[in-house]
Design a protein around this ligand. Structure first.
Ligand SMILES: [Cu+2]
Length: 140
């Protein structure tokens, strides 16, 4: 059954219509345990991800009410059609597809913004998106 569902998922991905249709339960919330909004920190910065109302599962594992973390660095969260597409993987969008709940990032001195966005097994935000507050930190 799991393989059958995975095959359906792959065929959907291969098609033209990418729909961010993995539902998020009401009350699901992603947030920063660390650092605090407004904090002044040293690089590398330890970032700890908090999640309420859902579970963490590695990328590729399709399981209800789960997802994996994405750390958005110095960028805006996707909106509109981009919310139904897999998140990019670049310097501004870090994927934690192994199911990690913390990381360390090297950041240049100055002000940076951080935001967390949960993605489903295929890196697509849930519906509705499970998005943290955007925090601003200063790196010494
Ligand atoms: Cu991802």
């Amino acid at each position: 059954m799991r393989n059958f569902l995975a095959a359906i998922g792959l065929s959907l991905l291969a098609g033209s219509a990418l729909a961010g249709e993995t539902p998020a339960p009401a009350g699901a919330e992603v947030y920063f345990i660390a650092p605090q909004d407004g904090a002044t920190v040293a690089s590398p910065v330890t970032v700890k991800f908090g999640l309420k109302g859902m579970g963490v599962a590695p990328a590729g594992t399709e399981k209800e009410n789960t997802g994996h973390h994405h750390l958005l660095i110095d960028t805006a969260a996707p909106t509109g059609d981009a919310l139904s597409e897999p998140l990019p993987a670049d310097d501004h969008h870090k994927h934690f597809g192994g199911g990690q709940t913390e990381t360390t990032v090297e950041l240049a001195p100055g002000t940076h913004t951080l935001q967390l966005l949960l993605g489903d097994w295929s890196h697509i935000p849930h519906n509705p998106p499970v998005l943290s507050q955007k925090i601003t930190i200063t790196v010494q």
